[in-house]
Design a binder for this molecule. Structure first.
Ligand code: GUN
Ligand code: ZN
Length: 440
């Protein structure tokens, strides 16, 4: 290869996915190298391979040696709320109580641009600290909350999707918009931010309970006019919510059908939760190409229910299921905590979530849900160099377990069960280090 001054090499263990572990099986999906290397140039991955080969082909390029740490694609959090940082871990009697008591008053503060600016910066810091390099983010009803978020994301050259929350029903007066203002403001924000640099816009009706039919219709039209934007909303998170939604939309047979009928379904749609879907809804989501964002720490903390990955996949084998923190109903930015909770949720339903499946959901599936899988989510030449370097022995207990691991899958399992942000040795965004763990 030609020498280039911007080219550099990261050497360590490497993890990539050569396939979807749910389709090809975990063993065939994992592409693991014990002594691997990644070549980065101009913010992109240009080669991945055995360290000896890569070093021979790139003489002169500086090498960062991560020895036995693991280099992989950055984590992707496919459903989270940046304005809810200040209410994480707030006690409630369930979703609607939590929204009214904690969430709406917190989000009302975002009429103050300084609060939005500060939260956006803190949120992105937390993402990087946890190795999250891309997320699909809910802002608040205030357009300027989206401005603050994309301004912060742009300064950091990080690939984020975000959108103004639209809500014209059942919300507090200081948070209500209308069908028209939701359309107009979302349209203006799409024009300002979507596809600008690494930013992506997500049209964001909060959920059917807080949107009138007119508002859902307006947002469906907006998506039709801007088909490359994403669409994100909540779906079937609690039984109480479903009863209320169907009470508000009495002519519909199912919750999902409401979104579908207003043109809010299809590839690029990300439905948060989806715990209580019928098999017909699961199949319809799968056929449409939309994704379900599984938010297990949120579901457990809120007492919403336990998502059944196995039953969902049996009804709709090809349905795309990504992982998400759902901060601040979710209680952690850490994708280890999220994978751990997903593993536990699967166990409650009697099945095992294989570590390869969990890591795939936290990377490749998120990228696919966000229609970014040609650019992000895997350690593949041509993709953006959004990377995380994991210390696989980040505390004495993990180190002890890893010393007894029979294979690499055991090592991944130990991370899911025991790791936290101390395992994030470094986070790279477009080839730049954005977080490096302090020496301990
Ligand atoms: N449903 C509607 N809004 C929200 C929210 O902010 N968080 C969660 N978890 N569910 C919701
Ligand atoms: Zn949410």
């Amino acid at each position: 290869m030609k020498e280039d001054q911007n080219r550099f090499i990261l050497r360590g263990q490497t993890l990539a996915f050569s396939g979807n572990p749910f389709e090809v099986g975990a063993d065939d999906a994992v592409d693991y190298r014990q002594d691997g290397a990644v070549v980065v140039e101009g913010g992109r991955i240009i080669a991945v391979g055995a360290a000896t080969d890569i070093l021979k082909q790139n003489t002169g390029a500086p090498v960062t040696n991560y020895s036995d740490a693991l280099i992989m694609a950055g984590f992707i959090d496919s459903h989270t709320h940046y304005p809810q940082l200040d209410i994480i871990g707030s006690c409630s009697q369930g979703l609607v109580d939590w929204l009214q008591k904690h969430t709406f008053p917190c989000e009302a503060q975002f009429s103050d641009k300084a609060i939005a600016d500060n939260s956006a910066e803190f949120f992105l810091d937390q993402c990087f600290l946890n190795g999250v390099t891309t997320a699909s983010v809910y802002c608040t009803v205030h357009s300027q909350s989206v401005m603050s978020f994309f301004e912060a994301a742009t300064r950091r050259n990080v690939c984020m999707a975000a959108g103004k929350v639209c809500m014209d029903s059942n919300s507090s007066p200081d948070l209500a918009d209308t069908a028209q203002s939701a359309y107009d403001q979302s349209k203006a924000l799409i024009e300002r931010w979507h596809g600008k640099g690494r930013n992506r816009y997500a049209i964001t009706p909060r959920f059917a309970l807080t949107s009138s039919p007119n508002q859902l219709e307006a947002l469906g039209s907006l998506w039709g006019e801007n088909p490359t934007a994403l669409m994100q909303t909540h779906l079937s998170e609690t039984k109480d919510e479903i009863a209320r939604v169907l009470g508000q939309y009495p002519t519909y047979d199912s919750y999902y059908q409401i979104y579908e009928s207003f043109g809010l379904a299809g590839e690029g749609a990300i439905f948060g939760h989806g715990i209580y879907l019928s098999d017909d809804e699961r199949r319809a989501i799968s056929e449409s190409g939309a994704a379900i964002a599984h938010c297990p720490t949120s579901n457990a903390f809120m007492g919403s229910g336990i998502f059944n990955l196995d039953v969902t996949r049996r009804a709709a084998p090809d349905v795309l299921i990504s992982l998400a923190s759902d901060v601040g109903a979710g209680v952690s930015f850490s994708m280890f905590a999220t994978m751990r909770a997903a593993y536990e949720a699967a166990r409650f339903h009697g099945v095992v979530l294989h570590p390869a499946e969990a890591f795939w959901m936290a990377t490749c599936a998120g990228a696919k849900a966000m229609r970014l899988n040609d650019r992000l989510g895997n350690l593949t030449p041509g993709m953006d160099a959004d990377l995380v370097v994991l210390d696989l022995k980040s505390n004495p207990l993990i180190a002890r377990r890893v010393a007894h691991a029979e294979n690499f899958i055991d090592v991944l399992f130990a991370q899911i069960i025991m790791a936290d942000e101390r395992a994030i040795k470094a986070t790279y965004v477009a080839g730049n280090i954005v977080h490096q763990r302090a020496h301990t």
